[in-house]
Design a protein around this ligand. Structure first.
Ligand code: ZN
Length: 373
């Protein structure tokens, strides 16, 4: 039996109203999604797009187009309407407190350009610290140098005042911790790498051991039991073989030395020559590059004074081809803090070795300019 469904007029009326509400609601929802989509498709996050709509800034944002600093500002609770224009102009950095720090720096009176510079020269934490201090005067003098760090501002200024060096030298020296006394408050280098930097301001801990230590046979070494990093040793052997082909007789006299070995050396020399000699000529344990397994003291098998040998002349001109640098040249004494050593060669890999050879710079300077990010 069939029966047609008949609704009471009052029920029908309620349904009509509900239907209308639903249609309006769905239309609004679709409208909203279109609005959000307009913003997300030009590079804003959903979270930022929401805030842009709530703050009625869609038209402005669309005109500006994609802008990472602005996106981050809209995502942040710290967004300030009066700083909108600055957010569009300040160069983005991937910092957690980007918007907060921009607000603080603007309040201190920095321009948008200055804030871009500050942000580019430090971590989020460095910039947060910097934003707490009063406005500094000499910003661009230091921060046109791309490896200058915002956290060292005072040290740059102090070093420059006391030394009368130029900005670039001051930045270089401070980045290398060389505004401090030798051995004072050194950086502890933890990871092994072919481009690692160890000197009187950057030490290795007692338990640091290089990767892949292997023994060196008497065919390449002047004594038994010497060890070195495998890759560095392969390169050293190639260099010694090539030298031999050309008529030069190189030999490895010393290579890897542990922390304990260096302690032993220090003790021996102290007993022999006294404290004064040791503090002047013997590196403290942890501060010798020989602990990296990448350094070799090279001699000639036929001359006693290496610096006067034909082998020395050959290695100076050829070591870079095998990935080695002439680490302690006379010209470098002021930066390395080590008196000239004709015999000491350090493996860094071919690319860096060639750059250092071509430009006649120290490993320290290379580190500051290209490795210390
Ligand atoms: Zn050496």
């Amino acid at each position: 039996m069939k029966r047609k469904l008949r609704l009471k007029p009052s029920v029908l009326k309620v349904l009509k109203i509900l239907g209308t509400i639903l249609v309006i609601f769905l239309s609004l929802l679709i409208f909203y999604f279109i609005q959000v989509n307009d913003l997300t498709k030009i590079g804003y996050s959903k979270k930022a797009a929401n805030q842009i709509l709530i703050k009625f800034k869609k038209k402005d944002v669309i005109n500006i187009g994609k802008n990472k600093t602005l996106n981050k500002a809209f995502e942040s609770e710290a967004y300030k309407e009066k700083n909108f224009d600055s957010y569009t102009k300040i160069k983005y950095q991937n910092h957690e407190h980007l918007t907060e720090n921009i607000n603080k720096l603007l309040k201190k009176g920095y321009t948008n350009e200055e804030i871009s510079i500050i942000l580019a020269h430090g971590t989020d934490q460095d910039v947060s610290e910097f934003a707490k201090r009063d406005k500094v005067r000499y910003l661009e003098e230091f921060y046109t140098i791309d490896f200058a760090k915002i956290k060292y501002y005072d040290r740059y200024l102090n070093y420059m005042d006391s030394s009368r060096e130029d900005e670039e030298t001051s930045v270089l020296i401070v980045n290398l911790e060389m505004d401090k006394e030798e051995y004072e408050d050194p950086v502890v280098v933890k990871n092994f790498s072919y481009d690692m930097l160890v000197n009187k301001h950057r030490m290795l801990s007692k338990d640091f051991v290089p990767n892949d230590l292997v023994m060196i046979g008497l065919d390449y070494a002047s004594e038994k039991g010497l060890k070195a990093n495998r890759t560095a040793l392969i390169a050293a052997k190639k260099m010694i073989d090539q030298a031999e082909k050309e008529g030069y007789q190189l030999v490895i006299n010393s290579s890897y030395r542990s922390y304990e070995d260096q302690e032993e050396i220090e003790k021996t020399y102290r007993d022999l020559y006294g404290d004064n000699y040791v503090s002047k000529y013997v590196l403290r344990p942890g501060f010798s590059e020989h602990q990296t397994g990448l350094s070799f003291d090279i001699g000639s098998r036929r001359a006693n004074v290496f610096a006067k040998s034909e082998e020395y002349k050959w290695i100076v001109e050829n070591c870079y081809k095998f990935g080695f640098i002439y680490r302690f040249k006379t010209d470098f004494e002021e930066i390395t803090g080590i008196r000239h050593e004709a015999w000491h060669y350090r493996y860094v890999g071919k690319k860096i070795a060639k750059y250092i050879y071509d430009n006649n710079i120290t490993l320290e300077e290379y580190y500051v300019r290209f490795l210390d990010k």
